[in-house]
Structure formats: C-alpha cells, structure tokens
Design a protein around this ligand. Structure first.
Ligand code: EPU
Length: 425
C-alpha cells in the first residue's frame, strides 16, 4: 500500500498551480447525462473519485473517454444512449457523490435505480433531502433492497424547501428540474461555488437557471438540453490546502488558480493567523510568519468557513502561539485527524464531539500516522511538513481521492517528500 514519507522542517517556497476542482467535476459530468451527444470537460483532475464517476457513467451505457484518447485532463462523455439507468452498490459504496446521477437519470430516462450510499467515515450523511426534493417534483420513490428507485413520466416543477443547505442535494435537484415541466424554486439552497459552476454549465446546455449562489435557485424546465464543452474551475479546497501548507511551514508561496472570492472565509482566518496574503496575476501569494497565531473558527456552509479545510487549518494551529477553538458544525465525525496529530505531539482535546481546543506547541515530532479520510490525510501531510524528523502517512489512497499528485506539488515547493510502498496495516 502506498504511503507518503516526509522529512519536515523546510519552509515551502515558490509557485504551484492547483488542479481542476473535484467537487465541481463530479456534478458536471453527471449533468452530461441530461443531453444526448458528446459533452467535453477540460481541466478535470485525475483522481480516484473522478475515475469512479467515469466508471459509473460508463456502466449506465454512456461512452466515456479520457487520458490518451482525448488529452490528459479532458473527459468526454457521450450520453447518447443510457440503456442501464442503475448505479450499483459497488460503485456508490466507494463514492457517495455517485448519488448525483439520480436527478439527471429520472429527469431524462424517467427512471433510476441507485444504491443507497450508507454512512461514511465523516458521518451518517443521509440523502433524505435529495429524495424529498425529487418526490416534490413528482417522482415516485421506493426504497428496497438497499436501493432507491425513482420513477416519473415527466417531472413537474415545484417548490422545494431544503431543511438544511446541501451541496449535492441542491445540485441533484437543479439537474432534475432542468428537464421538468414548469418552474422549480429551490429554497435554502447551498451557495457553494461548485453549485454556481454547475448552474453555468446547465445554462450553457440550454437550461434556464437563475439565482445560483444565493439561497433561492429558480429553474424553468425545458424540453431538451444539448451537450456542452467546458473548463472546470480550479479546486478551491486544494488551493486552501496549499495556502495552509505555506502557513504551517513558515513559507512564501504563490498558489496559482486560488480565487479570492471562493476562499474569503478561509483567507480571513489565515490572515488572523498572521499570514500576509496578496493577490497576484493568476493567484494568491501567502507569506507566513515563523509561527502562526491562534485563531478560533467555526465551519459552516458557504460563505462560511469550509468544513473541507477544517483539518488543514487545525494542523497549522497545532503549532500556533496560543490556544484556538475549532467548532465543526457540518459533519458529526470530522475530528479523526486529532488522534493522529496528537501522536505527533499536538495538544488537542475534543470537547463534546463538535468542538476541539488546540493548544499550540512549539514543535511537532515526525511519526507514523494513519489517514482516515481525504481531508484528514491532507492535515497529516501538513503536520509532517512542519514536524521535526520523519513522518510517514499511511493509507494515502484517501488523499488520492481528492488531491492529484499532492506530493509532487509540494516537492516543487522544496518539501522533502516522497511516495513509498509501505506494508499494509
Ligand atoms: N444532509 C442531510 N440530508 C441530505 C443531505 C445532506 O442531512 O439529504 C446533511 C449532511 O449529513 C451534512 C450536511 O447536510 O451534515 C451537509 O452535507 P452536504 O449534502 O452539503 O454534503 P455533500 O453534498 O454530501 C459536499 C462535498 C463534500 C463537502 C460537503 C460540505 C461533493 C461531491 N462533496 O458533500 O466534500 O464536505 O459538500 O461542503 O461536492 C470532500 O471533498 O472532502 C467532501 C467531503
């Protein structure tokens, strides 16, 4: 099994370019299912989750090409025919975002059968809001043998009030409503940049979507959509992770592709922690102090501080001057990196499951640690970059789900880091 070995203690310096966004790519390639013909997506990251989505879409009967055939970061989805509108357990089990095919399939094919995702490392993560929305649009929903079956001759527009803002739920409903009969109003929608990016793609396909990026999204259904060719936006979470890497090592790094508007809340906290962040052509530069200052923060749906950067900022705060309070409000089980950071000498206590108190220490010491989920893995890599001595992060397949060759990017910034084969746990 692959592991990542880091000799810590070197401030990162230089320039790095972020890859295309995983969480923008996944819904966009699902949206390709809405239109017969070939859609083309440039700047897609080469990641396990994107490959899984490709396999799923191919399983449905679409033709999917990538890599050598169309270019290294281009993905072509020809959804002319979809003879098998079913997402099997084996694929959904490894990637919850597979549920994103539900809306497009019911809307275009009139039926879909998608395995229920079940829990995952960061929490229960139900899909009740997706189902509530689809049933408001007139889909008949049945749950049996671990699968959701949704059927509708043609969906019809309706008002949907989400109980809480859900990113993939909003995306699923936007896609379903794009081909429904009449107007759909989605209230309490998620406002993440990936939702806006999907709305733009849908509009280019011929859909009528307004309000994405606000909490009320309105969609006037149309009869048919056409294929599209798009460039996927840069990954704001990867950008934030690289900025945190600069901060935790006391470095000076230009992150190309980091967009200020998509990262406002995170940049605010990085500045509070003592970083100087400046806008430069094509990206953001972070100059870090020798040691960060303590910062309190609470995760929240966009435009709040992203849960997907909580673990990485916590790694920075583990070496800060003073004590920080971190509150996780989006997922119930997203502090699994804490145990591992403590093995490296961090002083963190978790209080009641949602709050962590981090007392900054002067030094972390390298250790063997275990990645438990995608963002937790990134946090351990960051801690390893700061720590004295050698850190080995095991189970990096979690990291590979969401970061394309992170170790090479860090290597380019002067980190002493390499991928090694390590015995399985
Ligand atoms: N929720 C429900 N019912 C639903 C849907 C969501 O209770 O039907 C709850 C969730 O359990 C969670 C909260 O609502 O407590 C927000 O979850 P959301 O649905 O917004 O998350 P998601 O759409 O499943 C996306 C990203 C995640 C990211 C979250 C929050 C994709 C493919 N995934 O997940 O990304 O953490 O939004 O921003 O877009 C990651 O990249 O590491 C990752 C986990």
């Amino acid at each position: 099994m692959d592991a990542i070995e880091i000799q810590g203690g070197r401030p990162l310096k230089g320039e790095v370019t972020v890859s295309g966004s995983k969480n923008a790519t996944l819904p966009q390639i699902a949206a390709a299912l809405l239109a017969p013909g070939p859609s083309i997506f440039h700047n897609t990251p080469d990641l396990a989750d994107v490959r899984t989505m490709g396999r799923l879409i191919a399983h449905l009967g679409a033709k999917v090409s990538r890599g050598a055939e169309v270019g290294p970061h281009t993905l072509r989805v020809d959804a002319s025919e979809l003879p098998r509108p079913e997402a099997p357990y084996d694929l959904v089990r490894t990637m919850r975002a597979a549920v994103l095919v539900l809306g497009p399939l019911v809307a275009r094919m009139g039926r879909a059968r998608v395995s229920l995702p079940g829990g995952c490392a960061i929490g229960a993560r139900p899909i009740d809001q997706h189902l509530k929305g689809l049933s408001a649009l007139g889909a008949q929903i049945e749950l049996s043998h671990g699968y959701v079956e949704a059927k509708a001759k043609r969906l019809r527009g309706a008002k949907v009030l989400f109980d809480l803002p859900t990113v993939t739920g909003t995306e699923n409903l936007m896609m379903a409503a794009a081909l429904a009969d009449g107007r759909t109003v989605l209230e309490n929608s998620a406002r993440e940049p990936e939702v806006c990016a999907l709305a733009k793609v849908l509009v280019r396909m011929g859909a009528r979507v307004e309000g994405a990026g606000t909490s009320v999204v309105t969609i006037e259904g149309v009869r048919e959509l056409k294929p599209v060719e798009v460039d996927v936006i840069p990954d704001r979470i990867e950008a934030g992770t690289l900025l945190c890497a600069a901060l935790v090592t006391g470095g000076d790094v230009l992150v190309k592709g980091a967009l200020e508007d998509d990262l406002d809340a995170a940049l605010g906290k990085l500045r509070e922690a003592g970083a100087t962040i400046t806008s430069e052509p094509g990206g953001l530069r972070l100059k870090a102090p020798a040691r960060p200052e303590a910062v309190d923060f609470i995760t929240a749906p966009f435009p709040g501080f992203p849960t997907d950067l909580q673990a990485q900022l916590m790694a920075c705060l583990s070496v800060a001057r003073g004590a920080s309070r971190v509150v996780e409000t989006v997922f119930e089980n997203r502090f699994m990196h804490v145990q591992e950071l403590r093995r490296m000498g961090a002083e963190i206590i978790v209080d009641g499951g949602h709050t962590a108190v981090v007392r900054g220490v002067e030094r972390l010491s390298g250790a063997g640690v275990m990645a438990t989920d995608l963002r937790a893995s990134a946090s351990l890599v960051l801690a390893g970059l700061r720590a004295e001595g050698t850190t080995v992060v095991h189970r990096v397949y979690h990291l590979d789900r969401g970061y394309e060759a992170l170790e090479n990017k860090l290597l380019g910034l002067g980190a002493r880091i390499r991928r090694i084969r390590a015995p399985g746990p």
